[in-house]
Design a protein around this ligand. Structure first.
Ligand SMILES: [Cu+2]
Length: 226
């Protein structure tokens, strides 16, 4: 910004304020509500991913590394959100082998069997929500949600979420959960930030469907060795 001499003090102050407002980055926060089938309560709010896509020019972001361990025949955490191009590292903390794989188009990989204290990784080059499985343990399911924006977070177990340092402007707010259709809402973030960006997801139509192993076959009892 150019400040010319001769500006009256009040104009200068206003200009400085506007400049500051222009680069201000404030928090956007909200709460997720989940419509469940009768008699069921939500226990997996922390698997909710919230991310903001700018309405104008694409957001700039950096690739990073994220960890998803295998522990007790489960992925921990079960859901990870990363930026496009990021690497996810899978540390085997169990005293037996796992075989992590995905057959998702655009993100397929097979890390092979590996044991305790070994970490292998894979890079996610495409945006999307990709299921990750273990070829040995059919019950092991995870999701890597890959987004092309640095403005993302996951809700806490209390259903609340917060994305710090969001520039003001118009955004598409995406709320993803594996058990509900994704919700996309237009929001406008003022310089002071936005609280109460609340969203309700509908998980009533969710059905648990068995997935197949890395060969595209059903898991069999004899295939579970540990
Ligand atoms: Cu496994």
């Amino acid at each position: 910004m150019r400040v010319q001499t001769g500006l009256r003090f009040i104009s200068l102050a206003a200009a400085l304020f506007a400049a500051r407002a222009g680069i201000a980055q404030s928090a956007v926060s909200g709460r997720v509500a989940m419509q469940e089938k009768p008699g069921e309560t939500t226990k997996d709010f922390d698997a909710t991913v919230v991310y903001l896509v700018p309405k104008g020019a694409p957001a700039r972001f950096a690739e990073s590394k994220a960890q998803m361990a295998m522990n007790g025949r489960q992925f921990s955490p079960r859901v990870r959100v990363v930026t496009t191009g990021s690497t996810v590292e899978y540390a085997n903390q169990d005293p037996f082998t796992h075989n992590i794989f995905s057959t998702a188009p655009g993100a397929s990989f097979d890390l092979g069997e590996y044991g305790n204290h070994i970490t292998k990784s894979t890079q996610f080059k495409k945006a999307g929500a990709f299921p990750v499985y273990c070829n040995i343990h059919a019950q092991m399911t995870a999701y890597v949600v890959v987004v092309s924006t640095p403005y993302f977070t996951q809700a806490g177990a209390d259903a609340r979420w917060k994305i710090p340092s969001v520039p003001p402007g118009k955004w598409q707010m995406h709320v993803w959960h594996e058990r509900a259709p994704e919700v996309v809402q237009e929001i406008e973030v003022p310089a002071a930030g936005l609280a109460n960006a609340d969203v309700t997801l509908d998980a009533r139509g969710f059905k648990q469907v068995a997935h197949q192993n890395k060969m595209g076959k059903d898991y069999t009892a004899t295939g579970i060795r540990y």
